[in-house]
Design a protein around this ligand. Structure first.
Ligand code: GUN
Length: 296
């Protein structure tokens, strides 16, 4: 068997087209969505992610506010900036790129963001509402994973889903989304016993551990949907290469469908950030969402 390769670039392009239309609609109604992105320090990977987020938001027609701060910025200065952005009328979404320098308490910063502008879905109110099954802004990577899973299978009822990785950004919120779809969900992690056999039970297997090619082909149930969230830079034959948390070649012959790295989950994460910003703008400004029938 050879897996269907789920094309995240094409899926994101389709979503961007819908989002662009939605933004035009809002601009016409005088409600142009605005996204503020805060980057502290000069971590090279974070700088690339932020550059892509800003570029995509401008392309989509959003107002973009980019705050680049030195690594030495104090926690109180960042909190003061967040308060200003919370109060800014033209800012609908606030994203503080993680990780933050070690002298800054990321949970404190996240909790300072107005939940209505928390387009990352990291604020405790949004996390809590997600787990209650209530309306919430949902973290972008898990949202992107769900859209990719649903692009190959719409009804997930009764399926066994295994997520390898228990992070607040991916593993935990994705578990909630899969539960909502009536999956039987397992979150596995570094202390899980006999991880290969746990993975082999999965109809949907999500790898989000941050370890290059960690999940091997023989850990995968034949026909499973495999979502690779990892982005790892490795050196191969003297060249830098991006690889996921799944051994793509090994998985390709076993899985039913599989996301590549690059070109899988990554582009969808950014598209979902813009989607959340548009949703946040509609809710804040009391206008009906033009996304209601197009971006799920
Ligand atoms: N760092 C890695 N992923 C993310 C993300 O989705 N949002 C933010 N703010 N920081 C990140």
């Amino acid at each position: 068997m050879s897996a269907v390769v789920i094309d995240g670039v094409a899926a994101a392009r389709q979503l961007h087209a819908v989002l662009r239309g939605a933004v035009l609609d809002l601009v016409e109604r005088g409600a142009t969505p605005g996204l503020a992105v805060v980057l502290v320090g000069d971590d090279p990977a974070s700088s690339v992610y932020v550059r892509n987020k800003v570029r995509r938001s401008v392309e989509a027609g959003l107002r973009s506010f980019h705050h680049r701060l030195p690594a030495s910025t104090s926690e109180s200065d960042i909190l003061a900036l967040i308060l200003r952005l919370n109060a800014a009328e033209d800012v609908d979404g606030i994203l503080v790129q993680l990780p933050l320098p070690s002298h800054i308490d990321a949970q404190k910063v996240t909790a300072a963001i107005d939940p209505a502008k928390d387009v990352d879905g990291f604020h405790p109110i949004n996390v809590g509402n997600l787990s209650l099954g209530a309306s919430a802004l949902v973290a972008c990577t898990p949202l992107g994973c769900m859209l990719l899973i649903k692009s190959v299978r719409t009804d997930l009822t009764g399926l066994s889903a295994v997520i390898v990785g228990r992070s607040n950004i991916v593993g935990k919120p994705l578990a909630q989304l899969l539960l909502r779809e009536n999956c039987t969900v397992t979150i596995a992690h570094s202390k899980t016993e006999d991880l290969p056999s746990v993975c082999r039970r999965a109809d949907i297997l999500v790898a989000a551990v941050g370890r290059a090619r960690f999940v091997r082909g023989d850990w995968i149930k034949p026909g499973a949907i495999v979502i690779d969230v990892g982005i790892n830079r490795i050196e191969r034959d003297g060249n830098q290469q991006l690889v996921g948390d799944v051994d793509f070649e090994g998985a390709h012959t076993v899985a039913g469908a599989l996301t590549p790295v690059p070109g899988g989950v990554g582009p969808m994460t950014i598209a979902c950030l813009l989607r959340n910003t548009i949703e946040a703008a509609c809710r804040r400004r009391g206008v009906s969402s033009p996304l209601a029938n197009g971006a799920d």
